[in-house]
Design a protein around this ligand. Structure first.
Ligand code: NAP
Length: 229
């Protein structure tokens, strides 16, 4: 099955009106679990960059987490669907979780580029910490050609390090930075709080909290990755 074939099955129609530009945000993350920091990031990116739609794309097998225990892709996807359901400008995509093997962003962006006409512009949104390593990602130079990057930072985050690394790489990345106070919330912290029986209300949606409880996610065996509280 080609990547374009998978795309046909799961992606929304966009770009039919060739007289106008469509701006598609791709919100990439492990989303283990999705939380309000992610949702606020996507909403503010949508507003700041005038995006028509933000596709939340949980990574199937995250490239840099192959040696870590990650909650099943189906659970992460289900929580993403629940959290994004009420926003007409958000959609959750199975594209990366249905693709076998390690998830490489360049494969996703290449497939989207093939799937949509040229009047659809691609914007890849993720955390600045992830962007910091982008020069080491598979086929990083091609990513720079395919999409504008939107890097979400938390207050106090120094973007100089990201800028320096990207400049030194020689790749022509177009990176926009947006500061998101709600990114003080982290998936790591939510997993740890659930494991300790602490409240996670107001850190993520009630629907996600209900799903976590119903399916018994984040008991102690899954929580301990490489994270330190
Ligand atoms: P991560 O290293 O777990 O995340 C780094 C930081 O960014 C964390 O603080 C994380 O907070 C935050 N973050 C992650 N996604 C975010 C988002 N969409 N919006 C705001 N903050 C976000 O990163 P990851 O989740 O594994 O990967 C992020 C994206 O980069 C995914 O789409 C992944 O496929 C892609 N990636 C690609 C490659 C490759 O192609 N070789 C390699 C690495 C990553 P939380 O933990 O609270 O989310």
């Amino acid at each position: 099955m080609t990547s374009a074939h998978i795309c046909d099955a799961v992606l929304p129609e966009l770009g039919a009106d060739t007289d106008r530009e469509y701006r598609l945000g791709i919100m990439g993350g492990t989303f283990d679990p999705i939380h309000y920091g992610h949702l606020v990031t996507a909403e503010q990116a949508r507003e700041a960059l005038d995006l028509d739609l933000v596709l939340f794309m949980p990574a199937g097998v995250p490239a840099f987490k192959q040696d870590q225990q990650v909650t099943s892709a189906e659970d992460r996807y289900a929580m993403t669907v629940l959290a994004t359901a009420a926003n007409a400008a958000f959609d959750a995509s199975r594209f990366e979780i249905d693709r076998p093997g390690v998830t490489y962003t360049v494969d996703t962006l290449t497939a989207l580029r093939e799937r949509y006409p040229d009047n659809v512009k691609l914007f890849f949104i993720t955390g600045a910490d992830a962007i910091l390593d982008i020069v080491t990602w598979h086929n990083a130079g091609r990513i720079a050609e395919l999409a504008t990057l939107i890097a979400a930072t938390r207050p106090g985050y120094h973007i100089d390090q990201v800028r320096d690394r990207i400049e030194a790489s020689g790749f022509n990345f177009d990176v926009r930075y947006i500061e998101i106070p709600a990114l003080a919330i982290s998936s790591t912290n939510i997993r740890r709080r659930v494991a300790k029986g602490k409240s996670v209300r107001y850190l993520t949606s009630e629907s996600v909290i209900g799903y976590i409880r119903k399916h018994g996610l984040y008991n102690s065996s899954v929580v301990e990755r490489t994270d330190v509280l």
